[in-house]
Design a protein around this ligand. Structure first.
Ligand SMILES: Nc1nc2c(ncn2[C@@H]2O[C@H](COP(=O)(O)OP(=O)(O)OP(=O)(O)O)[C@@H](O)[C@H]2O)c(=O)[nH]1
Length: 233
């Protein structure tokens, strides 16, 4: 399309030159060319507007592919892509990677108590708490699905991940989201599982996910409203 317009542009410049040459004034050809030019300019401006709309649509499609519609956090698909990419980078640089799997406690009872829409609002609030607490721009927060969230911490040793899990616990407690159905608190609480891997040692992103998930299971099993530190390389 650009090539076509470049070629057309050259022709149009010639047309303009003819129109602007006073010796051609009043010639019927000048009249036709003037009409043609104005029509062409109108088409160009329409094309320009269409291109802008389509660029915007492409950006929003791109965003939709990465963003969870409810919470505005990264979605699971994007998490998987991010993990693959960062795993390779961490492996090349020989630095550890951590994952925190976060799950809302007794969320079924939250829905049962307050209704599904309130449940959605709660998910959003928890998402905000996580996004605000995770400060390093290289760290990545995603909604993994349902009432489960994932945080990927690049170039991260386990004490940083533990420190962050403690901050998240404090932040969710400060948020005071009422949860009358919970069996561990009157407010919403979170259980978390932490795993830290050294990607260079032959494992895989899915092994990191499983280890964090396993640690989360331990946190749930041992009473909820806590984190469990799983495998650390
Ligand atoms: N409102 C709302 N609820 C959801 C959404 N996705 C999943 N859920 C609900 O989340 C609940 C998860 O329940 P469970 O897996 O039993 O877990 P839980 O009740 O949180 O119990 P524990 O994790 O063991 O503490 C289910 O009732 C789902 O219907 C969502 O997008 N919105």
């Amino acid at each position: 399309m650009t090539t076509l317009f470049n070629k057309e542009d050259r022709i149009l410049k010639q047309y303009r030159a003819i129109i602007e040459t006073t010796e051609h004034e009043g010639h019927p050809l000048v009249h036709d060319l003037t009409a043609l030019l104005s029509h062409y300019e109108e088409l160009l401006s329409k094309f320009d507007r269409l291109t802008k709309v389509s660029d915007k649509q492409q950006i929003s499609l791109h965003e939709m592919a990465r963003v969870d519609g409810l919470t505005g956090l990264n979605n699971r698909k994007y998490l998987e892509d991010f993990l693959k990419f960062e795993w390779k980078r961490a492996s090349d640089l020989d630095v550890p990677m951590a994952m925190i799997m976060v799950d809302i406690d007794y969320f079924k009872l939250y829905n049962d108590t307050y209704g599904h829409q309130a449940g959605d609002r709660c998910l959003k609030q928890v998402g905000e708490v996580l996004a605000q607490t995770v400060k390093r721009s290289s760290d990545f927060v995603a909604r993994y699905g349902g009432e489960e969230f994932t945080i990927v911490l690049t170039d991260c040793r386990h004490h940083y991940a533990v420190d962050l899990a403690e901050k998240i616990q404090r932040a969710i407690s400060t948020a005071e989201i009422r949860h009358a159905g919970s069996k561990v608190s009157e407010y919403v609480t979170l259980s978390m599982g932490i795993a830290v891997y050294q990607p260079g040692k032959g494992s895989s992103p899915s092994a990191l996910l499983s280890a964090a998930d396993e640690a989360l299971y331990r946190a749930k099993e041992s009473g909820r409203n806590r984190f469990h530190l799983g495998r650390i390389d």
